[in-house]
Design a protein around this ligand. Sequence first.
Ligand code: SF4
Ligand code: SF4
Length: 291
Amino acid sequence: MSKAMLIDTTRCTACRGCQVACKQWNDLPAEKTTNVGSYQNPYRLSAYTWTIVQMREVEHQGRLFWSFLKRQCMHCLHPACVSACPVGAMHKLPDGPVLYNDARCIGCRYCMTACPFRVPRFEWDKPVGYIRKCHLCYDRLAEGLVPACVKTCPTGALQFGEREEMIALAEQRLKAQPERYIQHVYGKEEGGGTSVLILSAVPFAYLGLPTLADHPVPSEQELAVPFEYLGVPSLGKEPVAKLNDDLARYGTPGIAIGVAAILAGLQWYSKRRGTGQHTGDAAAAAKESRS
Ligand code: SF4
Ligand code: SF4
């Protein structure tokens, strides 16, 4: 059964305990950051910061909201990063996490381009860098534990369990307090569904979340990675063996006739040149005998 995380932004106080827990569990270094005039810090995800609490000040229906949204990999049910990777370095586990395999990666970074949430980050500071992102604490899940961020959240803004249970919990909250929430569970259908579900008091677009159709993103983005870039030949619908047969059957006589025609032409031309040469020699001899 697939697991999921429910993020209820209306319960988040932006304590950022989840950010710290992620760093601790994954042994990620602190980064030097710049204050850009927002409570949000670090400002964006990086190869060493796999989750951040995003802050948005939003006016909605005449009210001012401070909206805090924990950003991270959404662990899509049909991940665009997996579809885009030409060497299978990205893969999704049946229980939810979308993982990355260093050993397979060739560094093309198609996953970064394909992700509709702009999640995967590259280790630009290393001579041979790799992709880094949240892995949904797959190692903790294997031990029957919840992700470190969920474990540390003191307000219940983060919940974790079976995806169906998380959807039911989210819908229960929407029904119990309709005035508190936008009546939608983000991630239930978006992009074919995600393993991170979000509740919000303000429209999801205000939070910078993309508006996605209910089908997998790869079907929209397949052309983002043209096959010729991958060195894959352009083939028609005919089986290749049949094409070869046809070429052998119908192409060979044509080629043979063409080669024979070229050879005959060359022979005729050289004969003419030979005749011309002899004619020239005879004329020169006659001229010499007259002088
Ligand atoms: S959010 Fe991006 S990186 Fe994460 S699974 Fe979806 S497509 Fe892949
Ligand atoms: S630990 Fe919970 S309350 Fe604190 S910032 Fe993270 S999601 Fe928000």
